[in-house]
Design a protein. Structure first.
Length: 265
């Protein structure tokens, strides 16, 4: 029987998982949560597959042993597309990953041309190729790596001003591709990117729909813990890797998300 105080662990390379957190909380308001941010490893998207797999598996193995979570949500597209299968092989706890919302995007697109914005590591994965073959037959899927958006999202949550022009510039590699003028739907295939939804909406314009997987992830998490009891032994907390002190602005942001306790892991 699951310990009622056992937490759900949300893991990300940084603050991107905060785009998923509200939907998980809405689905499971009584569930205790721990948010783990691997700031020491940020960014993941520019690292090799081997580096990401080793880091994610190692960290989640140690966190699972120490924290005894009832479920782990890898709230990071890059980590999920590369390391999800390996983590599931080595851990007995249920694991929910985040994958690009290609299926709903293909259904949403009326022009038949949709884009996927992600990190370099995510968009080159064969997993993305498989999703395109399975769900986007007869459609055109344009890909673009926009690692600058990760940096901008992290900056925004640290209280810095983010320019719409900078966001738009990071996305031009998508819109300037052949058939880019017919683009009407964009998949935000990195959990950091929805944190820039307002800026992205201005950059792409009102005729382009922005889609992410937060709702689907929350539904999957809720389904896997259905019927379990929840009991909080304390407030939700945040774990971070790395030795650098968190700026006051980020602490204030995390407090607004309900994380007043921030500990090193």
């Amino acid at each position: 029987m699951t310990n009622p105080s056992a937490p759900i662990l949300l893991f990300d390379s940084g603050v991107g998982g905060l785009s998923i957190l509200p939907t998980v909380r809405a689905a499971l308001p009584d569930a205790p949560l721990i948010y783990a941010a691997d700031f020491a490893g940020l960014p993941y998207g520019t690292k090799s597959e081997a580096e990401i797999a080793a880091r994610v598996c190692g960290l989640l193995g140690r966190m699972s042993e120490r924290l005894q979570p009832r479920l782990i949500c890898i709230a990071c597209n890059t980590a999920s597309t590369i390391a999800l299968a390996m983590v599931r092989d080595v851990l007995e706890v249920p694991i929910v990953g985040t994958v690009p919302a290609i299926k709903p995007a293909a259904k949403t697109s009326k022009t038949g041309v949709f884009g996927i914005l992600g990190t370099e590591a995510t968009i080159r994965q064969s997993y993305v190729d498989d999703l395109e073959r399975e769900h986007a037959v007869g459609k055109t899927m344009l890909r673009h790596a926009a690692p600058e958006l990760v940096t901008l999202a992290e900056a925004k949550l640290r209280g810095q001003t983010v320019s719409v022009d900078d966001v738009a510039e990071a996305c031009t590699g998508l819109t300037l591709q052949p058939e880019g003028r017919d683009l009407d739907t964009v998949v935000l295939a990195c959990t950091h990117f929805p944190l820039l939804r307002d800026e992205l909406a201005q950059a792409f314009g009102e005729n382009v729909a922005l889609i992410d997987g937060a709702e689907g992830i929350a539904r999957r998490v809720a389904a896997l813990v259905e019927g379990q009891e929840f009991a909080r032994s304390g407030p939700d907390r945040m774990l971070v890797t790395g030795d650098d002190p968190l700026p006051d602005e980020l602490r204030a942001t995390m407090s607004s998300y309900g994380f007043d306790q921030i500990d090193r892991f």
